[in-house]
Design a protein around this ligand. Structure first.
Ligand SMILES: *Cc1c(COP(=O)(O)O)cnc(C)c1O
Length: 374
């Protein structure tokens, strides 16, 4: 009997135990538990990694997205009631950020093969209230192309990247700041939720941009709205990143290349060894570096039965995501008035297989063989 959990975070973090403990002890002894050198050096490292001028460490990915929108509001670029185009197939947090900031999400269907926003359908969703496109590099695959960039330029839209899942991915084409996920649009949000490719030991996130005004606004809004001590220019929030999390993330960020390459190698094993015609494998993009495989998502008609079969064979799996945002109770009476059949089809047929630094090629082969016996 196999015993392969979908994800074992204790094991994922095991190689880092000593370094994490040393960094944590150093910070405890330093007496500085908010802000400081660990935060700044992590921010510098992440900004360099994605090719942006600025990075602001924040509390989590949802706050990072929301702070970008609030930042554009503070600068008078977005206003309450403006529309942001976003993919119908995403984790609900992408959409929550838009609503929480007082703007209106306008959903666009995914492409069934990439499972990311279908750029050919973006222009039809543009109205005179549209101010931005939130692109989500879902499952670790870059969702950015020439057509998206052209529409943004044509209508004067800001491109906001939800880069919760694709840190380390590289785009085939150059973006606004670089060719890296997080540097493609005007601003990007990162999540370091423990399960992400670079995961903290709790909640953490970041914003990257090369727009100084936006960076200043985001930093101030995330720190009670203050631009300097006891001076509040915005009615802000407290959405800061802790130095302990920053130090931990800094240690992991040094391994980013290796982490992405390992996931790409596991995806290649799955791609070669899963041969069951009932299982639709994810499309492998022509440009290999554009996918860092946060999830390896297969599709199959009898998904729940297949999942049960894997469970009986001691193999964990997950569903990302069982309910698309527009069908969530909180959105059913608004976004749910429109139909998004492709997003719904993905939610009913998708299944995520184990992929992390704990899964090696032999384990992936065992999983593929079990799937072939279904
Ligand atoms: C994880 C995730 C978020 C939210 O990040 P948190 O750090 O959990 O707030 C947003 N969007 C996507 C696509 C995510 O995967």
């Amino acid at each position: 009997m196999n015993n392969i959990p979908f994800l074992n975070l204790g094991k994922v973090n095991e190689p880092y135990f000593e370094r994490f403990a040393a960094a944590t002890e150093r910070i405890i002894r330093s007496g500085r538990y908010i802000g400081g050198e660990d935060c700044t050096s992590f921010e510098t490292k992440l900004a360099e990694t994605v090719g942006c001028k600025y990075c602001i460490g924040v509390s989590n990915g949802l706050d990072a997205l929301k702070l970008i929108i609030e930042g554009y509001k503070a600068l008078g670029i977005f206003h309450a009631g403006d529309e942001i185009i976003a993919p119908a197939n995403t984790y609900v947090a992408s959409i929550l950020a838009i609503s929480e900031a007082g703007l209106v999400p306008v959903l666009v269907e995914p492409d069934i093969d990439t499972m990311n926003i279908d750029s050919t359908q973006i222009e039809a969703a543009v109205t005179d209230r549209t101010r931005g496109i939130m692109t989500v590099h879902l499952y670790g695959r870059v969702a950015y192309d020439t057509s998206m960039a052209e529409i943004a330029t044509k209508y004067g839209l800001k491109i906001i990247e939800d880069n919760a899942q694709a840190i380390g991915a590289v785009s085939e084409i150059q973006g606004t700041n670089s060719d890296k996920a997080g540097g493609l649009g005007d601003a990007a949000a990162f999540s370091f939720y423990p399960t992400k490719n670079i995961g903290a030991l709790g909640d953490a996130g970041a914003v990257t941009t090369s727009d100084k005004d936006l960076a200043d606004a985001v930093r101030a809004i995330a720190n009670y709205g203050s631009d300097r001590r006891y001076h509040n220019i915005y009615i802000g929030y407290n959405c800061r990143l802790d130095p302990i999390q920053a130090a931990i993330l800094s240690i992991k960020l040094d391994d980013l290349g290796q982490i992405s390459e390992h996931r790409q190698a596991i995806a290649t094993v799955y791609d070669k060894k899963i041969l069951n015609p009932k299982v639709k494998k994810p499309e492998i993009p022509a440009f290999a570096k554009s996918h860092v495989w946060h999830q390896y998502v297969i599709r199959t008609e009898k998904r729940d039965e297949l999942r049960q079969f894997l469970t009986e064979n001691g193999i964990g799996s997950d569903i990302n995501y069982p309910t698309p945002p527009h069908l969530q109770p909180c959105y059913i009476n608004t976004l749910g008035k429109k139909q998004f059949p492709i997003a719904e089809q993905i939610s009913k047929t998708c299944l995520s297989l184990p992929i992390s630094n704990v899964i090696d090629a032999d384990t992936a082969t065992i999983i593929a063989e079990v799937l072939n016996n279904y």
